[in-house]
Design a protein around this ligand. Structure first.
Ligand SMILES: *Cc1c(COP(=O)(O)O)cnc(C)c1O
Length: 373
């Protein structure tokens, strides 16, 4: 066996021994929240299509129209010949949705974060980030070469302590958090973070990948988001001032050196924003479902469409997900390194498409299987 394969096999065995091996399992979304896996139909509580837009008829129609008109792919980066006319209406709609002067669409949310952070800060600068920010934010900070300090999760006083002690030794400072935390479902203290950023001359950046279209309570200098979750399509974006966006276009490597989105994908995202503005009740329905679930189980009130049930060790989370699957529910078991050691969990994600009865059935099974620690 060649050396590389031997090393790969050994490392894979080590991961397996720690219940950390990840395997791809095929899942077909039949419609909205009903999926099939290994031949059985399951009700999904694990997707990020919170508003039920990935299968929306008007959005699929917009995609089909764009596909027949313009074909499958962009063929080049946006700065070469890939800047399709469909981008303009999407970016205007995104800027309106975020309340900013401008917005810029990237190939994915991951590409937006790993590109924009190094465009804004470098070796002489400081980044102060929440302990639980997403992996692609950490990757962006690493690529930037800036000094990274992490504050205790959602603890604005700790963020301030770090800025107070370190800000003056650096040229620029960037304070980064998520609006809704992807694995915990809690919200960041944006009002406090804005005040601290102003006091210590730092820029504020948020990752709104799990937001469902609610306005942020404060002005945010750099707002990152994705088209791939609540908007049901694919791609990422940055929203901010026109000056910021103009600068990003010319300096962000993941924007400059990567192909534009397929036209149908751009059209889908524009159509999704349109549906969202006409049917804002979708966001209330999704949040209401999460709240109902948490209250039936006696958990703290849900702050977003994501509700974690922290179980501890990897094996516990895997076994719990397995028993829910046997009862007909697809729920993700989340393990390190996605979450910290000892906090493996079930992550329940609620959609506007779930009914009250769906939630009650799920709760009955959780009780029956004694999954609440
Ligand atoms: C999913 C996610 C991303 C990446 O977005 P994609 O469009 O899927 O690449 C970034 N940040 C957070 C918090 C996410 O959950």
């Amino acid at each position: 066996m060649p050396a590389l394969d031997a090393i790969a096999a050994e490392k894979t065995a080590q991961l397996e021994a720690k219940s950390r091996l990840r395997r791809l399992r095929t899942v077909v979304v039949e419609e909205g929240i009903t999926v099939s896996r290994d031949g059985s139909r399951l009700l999904s509580f694990s997707g990020n299509d919170y508003l039920g837009l990935a299968n929306h008829s008007a959005i699929k129609q917009a995609m089909q129209d764009a596909l027949s008109c313009y074909g499958a792919g962009a063929g080049a980066s946006r700065l070469v010949t890939g800047n399709h006319p469909l981008y303009d209406p999407l970016e205007s709609a995104l800027a309106a949705y975020k309340g900013t002067e401008a917005a810029l669409v990237f190939g994915s949310g991951y590409l937006a974060n790993i590109g924009v952070i190094p465009a804004l800060v470098g070796r002489e600068d400081l980044v102060v980030a929440d302990k639980l920010v997403h992996a692609c934010i950490l990757d962006g900070i690493k690529l930037s070469g800036a000094k990274l300090l992490r504050f205790k999760h959602n603890d604005a006083a700790d963020a301030e302590r770090l800025l107070q002690a370190h800000r003056l030794a650096h040229r620029h400072a960037l304070l980064i958090t998520e609006t809704v935390f992807s694995m915990d479902g809690d919200l960041s203290p944006l009002v406090d973070l804005r005040r601290i950023a102003d006091k210590h001359d730092a820029w504020l950046m948020t990752d709104d990948a799990h937001g469902i279209g609610r306005p942020q309570p404060v002005k945010v200098d750099v707002q990152m988001g994705t088209l791939s979750k609540a908007l049901g399509s694919y791609g990422g974006y940055i929203a901010g001032s026109q000056a910021l966006i103009d600068y990003i276009v010319s300096t962000t490597r993941s924007f400059i050196f990567s192909t534009g989105l397929p036209p149908a994908t751009i059209a889908a995202a524009t159509a999704a924003l349109n549906v969202l503005s006409q049917e804002p009740e979708r966001a209330d329905k999704a949040l209401g479902n999460a709240r109902r679930f948490a209250s039936l189980l006696g958990l703290p009130e849900a702050q977003s469409t994501i509700v974690p049930l922290v179980l501890g060790e990897e094996e516990k989370a895997l076994a719990a997900a397995q028993s829910l699957e046997e009862a007909g529910f697809l729920v993700a078991a989340i393990r390190p390194p996605t979450v910290p050691e000892g906090t493996s969990r079930l992550r329940f994600a609620f959609s506007a498409l779930h009914t009250e009865r769906d939630i009650e059935r799920l709760v009955e099974v959780i009780r029956r299987e004694n999954l609440i620690p």
